[in-house]
Design a protein around this ligand. Structure first.
Ligand code: ADP
Ligand code: MG
Length: 140
């Protein structure tokens, strides 16, 4: 295991329900540090660029439209094995399949409005972090 960075997004369904603090507490309680954070409203073009990897998927257009329904909180999490650890804290994409005690099990509204995004590999983490943050904004 190594110290890693990962990109997290608290999605509009969660910011709308005032869940930012509860979600952040889960990261911090489970050993991830929030070393950068900003609350922003994505444009449709930004949402499409962020999710470009999914552009051929049937859910792409709905997903991008959902991501601009309200503010998101983009954040960089740091810790031991942070990419996998964050995915474990988040739970499965579909909340119906998510383990007990995960963010998506407890908070997600649907497979689309599933409260959080987390990078899935070191390469995507680096790319997604630089999408939102400059190195100057990441303070460990
Ligand atoms: P994850 O966020 O768990 O890495 P994916 O990368 O596969 O999942 O999908 C990105 C996002 O697209 C999901 O978090 C969810 O918001 C949405 N999504 C994925 N699959 C579906 C689906 N079958 N129907 C609607 N939305 C979906
Ligand atoms: Mg993904």
């Amino acid at each position: 295991m190594a110290i890693e960075r990962t990109l997290s997004i608290i999605k509009p369904d969660a910011t709308r329900r005032n869940l930012t603090g509860q979600i952040n507490a889960r990261f911090e309680e489970q050993g991830l540090s929030i070393v950068a954070q900003k609350r922003i409203r994505l444009t449709l073009e930004q949402a499409q660029a962020f999710y470009d990897v999914h552009k051929e998927r049937a859910f792409f257009e709905d997903l991008c439209n959902f991501m601009i329904t309200g503010p998101v909180v983009a954040q960089v999490l740091v810790g031991e094995d942070a990419i996998t650890k964050n995915r474990d804290i988040m739970g499965a994409t579909n909340p119906a399949n998510a383990d007990e005690g995960t963010i998506r099990k407890d908070f997600a509204e649907s497979i689309e409005a599933n409260s959080v995004h987390g990078s899935d590999a070191p390469e995507t983490a680096a790319k997604e972090i630089s999408f939102f943050f400059s190195e100057l904004e990441i303070v460990g």
